[in-house]
Design a protein around this ligand. Structure first.
Ligand code: NDP
Length: 328
């Protein structure tokens, strides 16, 4: 395993980490979740990502039980939660968002479900237009001062919103955001390769990137088939299916497969290696519903050296998604 600093912080996270969205507490039995966590930990993964909304709190419960059962030294791993959506369902306004109330109560809920004394990372899962950013920064700072959270960050905020949080923290000498959690894969690149560049340069923000395989599309398994045992067939996720299985993307994935074949590797490994090549990526969060999937993607670091300029140029030609940056 390779370890990378989470932005300018001193925290070293494994370049590959394990997430729990849609899988833990939902799509897969708890025994499989345990096997996944165990496979990851044994491979050197030290970061497990979760959120209050995942399976309405159940993902954290399952992860917490695993951490408890395994008895891994608490100092050897990093565990996260994310707040904003609450536990889902019919919520009252105080049960979601980024107010001081929900941040404090949401943090306590995550600590209980995960059965830990502190969260290494706590994310604001989305921006909250109903709460001043200053209130959120103060609330996060307080949790850090209380030792309940070690580092806090954002997820899918605009660069302007992260910047405002950084400026508020600077102004009041508070602990500002350390990391952002954006989507990043061969099809979704604008934030990581455009919008956020000033945040990386000026504030040393780290990133824990999600959906590196675009929900499985970049494995190539949808190229000529429609396998039924995947997240795209989960009832209620029709929106994800529609967003994922787009014709132009499928065509690109088919062409990428030939690149993977020529390199003698697999498409999932190639797609994840491509994410790892970006130096602004602190960790790529892997998702898996089966152990063999994770065993494969954990091998992606070996493919990074194969991504020469020539290979990445070919990939660019195929996907055509490189953001066009403004010229100054
Ligand atoms: P991916 O895009 O990599 O999708 C993972 C899924 O792809 C797996 O669950 C599996 O789904 C399929 N897959 C993975 N590997 C293989 C393989 N080798 N062969 C075939 N199929 C494979 O990542 P996720 O979307 O799961 O995101 C990763 C993590 O990021 C999440 O668990 C979560 O922690 C975090 N996240 C954060 C978000 C945020 O807003 N901050 C949003 C979304 C995710 P299947 O078997 O069902 O096809």
């Amino acid at each position: 395993m390779q370890y990378r600093r989470l932005g300018k912080s001193g925290l070293q996270v494994s370049a590959l980490s394990l997430g729990t969205w849609l899988t833990f507490g939902k799509q897969i039995p708890d025994e499989v979740a345990e096997q996944l966590a165990d496979t990851a930990y044994r491979a050197g993964v030290n970061f497990f990502d979760s959120a209050e909304i995942y399976a309405r709190g159940q993902a954290e419960v399952v992860l917490g039980n695993i951490l408890q059962k395994k008895g891994w030294d608490r100092t050897s791993y990093v565990v996260s939660s994310k707040l904003f959506f609450g536990l889902g369902g019919d919520l009252r306004p105080t049960q979601k968002g980024l107010s001081r109330k929900h941040i404090v109560e949401g943090c306590h809920g995550a600590l209980r479900r995960l059965q830990v004394d502190y969260l290494d990372l706590l994310f604001c899962h989305r921006p909250d237009k109903q709460t001043p950013i200053e209130e959120t920064v103060w609330a996060m700072h307080s949790l850090v001062m209380q030792g309940k959270v070690l580092y806090w960050g954002t997820s899918e905020w605009s660069a302007a919103e992260v910047l405002e949080a950084c400026l508020v923290a600077e102004k009041h000498h508070l602990v500002g955001p350390t990391m952002e959690q954006p989507q990043y894969n061969l099809f979704e690149r604008n934030k990581m390769e455009g919008e956020y560049l000033p945040l990386f340069e000026r504030y040393g923000i780290g990133t824990t990137i999600w959906s590196p395989l675009a929900s499985g599309l970049l494995t190539g398994k949808y190229n000529d088939a429609d396998p039924k045992d995947t997240r795209l067939h989960i009832a209620g996720l029709e929106w994800l299916r529609d967003a994922t299985l787009r014709e132009e993307r499928l065509n690109a994935v088919k062409a990428l497969k030939t690149v993977a074949d020529e390199l003698g590797t697999s498409l999932p490994k190639l797609a994840i290696a491509w994410c790892l090549k970006n130096p602004h990526v602190s960790t790529v969060i892997l998702g898996a519903s089966k152990v063999h999937q994770l065993e494969e993607t954990l091998g992606a670091l070996d493919v990074v050296p194969q991504l020469t300029g020539e290979v990445t140029n070919r990939i660019e030609e195929i996907v055509g998604t490189k953001p066009v940056l403004p010229e100054y």
